[in-house]
Design a binder for this molecule. Sequence first.
Ligand SMILES: C[S@@+](CC[C@H](N)C(=O)[O-])C[C@H]1O[C@@H](n2cnc3c(N)ncnc32)[C@H](O)[C@@H]1O
Length: 210
Amino acid sequence: MPRSSEEIRSLFDKWALTYDDSVRQPCGPLEGYEHSVKEAAAMVPLEAGAFLLDVGIGTGTFGALFAERGARVWGIDVSRQMLAKCRLKHPGFSLAEGSFESIPYPDEQFDVVVSSFSFHEVPPAARGAAWAEAMRVLKPEGYICLLDIMFASQEAVADARQALGRYWDDDEDYPLVGDLDALLRLSGLCDVRWRQTAPWHWAVVGRRRT
Ligand SMILES: C[S@@+](CC[C@H](N)C(=O)[O-])C[C@H]1O[C@@H](n2cnc3c(N)ncnc32)[C@H](O)[C@@H]1O
């Protein structure tokens, strides 16, 4: 059964204190985390001084890879505790409460929008609207990058469930690459490029048409 938004907030509020330790050597679906964030970040063209939004920023690891390359980073998250941890680690980031479903910024504000390991928390029926919300704040010609636990097919989901055993989480409903690819192209993205960054991770980057 998918979690309610209250359950999701509470889960990540509790996890915030130990989150960085758990992604350093993760078991389960986050295995390969450090490699995946680096590889996905490297897929994104970026100009120094670019305005970049990280949706579901957590403790800020993904956003920091873009800050190192000169981006100015904004971040939103549903979890106040994750934001508090991120604020301590990255005092230069502009942080606010917000979600994929409701981004607290005006249209066409950002040169780049990124997100890592957060989109699967949006319930499947709400993913179209959530993606449209992320596209709303992206400038024309801007780049958007999504890194997440995803699978090429239902057969690949079944393989992962078997391989991960007790680490598999039945409360999660991970996106399928083909479904997301169709959504991205319909939303007006071009130059869409996919890469599998770890056994259970895919990254996609695309450019918003003018
Ligand atoms: C697995 S953590 C990933 C954090 C960070 N992006 C990273 O790569 O380490 C998922 C994050 O997404 C946030 N989140 C959950 N549901 C969300 C939603 N609907 N919109 C935005 N963020 C959400 C959680 O609070 C949490 O910080």
